[in-house]
Unconditional design. Structure first.
Length: 165
């Protein structure tokens, strides 16, 4: 399964979204930009954007109202270790109240993986961060060498509010 992401203004992405009639689509925004995600077995409709392969998934993206993208740069040598960890994850997040979906995304043209979690709202995500399941999922592992190319970073997006023109 393929996963594509592009960025732009909310009005532009809404018009682009209305022209795509296959796969699952989700448009969200934050204070800086808007994001359109497309999950499909087919090709990308985006002229600009990022391409991923889905390594692991649960839930339906179209039901998400708050998105957390954990962007994790991984070295070439570290990719097998990183992917093994996520393929063998505890799967506790799926039981959390307010959880909607997760996608583990392998980059096709970069080194930055994305762990996308979707929630009913921001407070559900924050409650998960205070849970035992979160602590279990984020336990530190002993490593002989780092598999990370540089520090990870998190971006968040909210359900889009359409601008009236």
């Amino acid at each position: 399964m393929n996963f594509y992401i592009t960025y732009g203004t909310s009005s532009y992405l809404e018009s682009l979204k209305s022209s795509i009639h296959e796969g699952s689509l989700l448009a969200l925004q934050n204070e800086d930009t808007a994001i359109l995600m497309h999950e499909t077995n087919g090709k990308s409709y985006f002229k600009e954007g990022k391409d991923y392969e889905i390594l692991d998934s649960s839930g339906a993206i179209v039901d998400g109202k708050f998105a957390v993208l954990n962007n994790i740069p991984v070295t070439d040598e570290g990719r097998p270790v990183f992917e093994y960890r996520f393929k063998n994850r505890a799967r506790l997040i799926e039981q959390e109240p307010g959880f909607v979906a997760i996608r583990v995304l392998r980059p096709l043209h970069s080194e930055t993986y994305i762990i996308l979690t979707l929630w009913e709202n921001e407070s559900s995500f924050k409650n998960w961060q205070q849970s035992q399941a979160y602590n279990k999922a984020h336990e530190k592992r002993e490593e002989k060498q780092s598999i990370f190319a540089r520090p990870s970073y998190v971006t968040t997006y909210y359900q889009m509010e359409i601008e009236e023109e």
